[in-house]
Design a protein around this ligand. Sequence first.
Ligand SMILES: [Fe+2]
Ligand SMILES: [Fe+2]
Length: 241
Amino acid sequence: METNVTEVADNVYRLSTHVPQAGPGGFTFNQFLIVADEPLLFHTGLKMLYPSVSAAIASVMPLEKLRWITFGHYEADECGAMNQFLAAAPQSTVAQGQIGVMLSIADQADRAPRSLADGEVLDLGGKRVRRIDTPHVPHGWDAGLLFEETTSTLLAGDLFTIGGEYQAQTESNLLERAARFEDMMPYTCLTANTAPTIERLAELKPKTLALMHNAAFHGDGEAALRELAGFYRERYEAPRT
Ligand SMILES: [Fe+2]
Ligand SMILES: [Fe+2]
């Protein structure tokens, strides 16, 4: 398995692995590495991807310098390899939202995690990430995202998920393929709060959307997120039978 590395914003690296056997056309798993005085990883990837993801990090910076291990919610592709990374980087700490730490991470992580409040900023030295709680968006009570303020990059996790293989970066519209995937594999927990939560993310006006299962999007992140919110609002008001 090969993990490709692309710098999608200044010192923000996308680590991308296509897994052919994961569904029809395969499935692609992306992690994001923010290089700063205190380097941060968003998503660890599956346990089985650890050898290639850690090698990809080591091609950018020394793996043992990793300081923060973060992810959107507790699920194998988001955090399956967290304990392998904790072992490889002795100074590293898992940082997750308060609900996630309480529900799973305090028990599952091999070292004590750092709990992040909604809106709390981690100053990485050269980069700054803000934790934003997004309960049940797209799924999981513990769900949340990070916004890197110096590059206006939203680490947007599973939003806009599609299957298959695609280029590393895009400026093209995301919704059509993402809507088709959602209709085929309804991964989003549709509630009255889905659209308003995504609209709150739009207010950040991100320039880059760093997506876990899609190309990194450059352009009007606010418009893209509002369009996504509109799609979910429609689905919520007129659910498919
Ligand atoms: Fe997920
Ligand atoms: Fe995911």
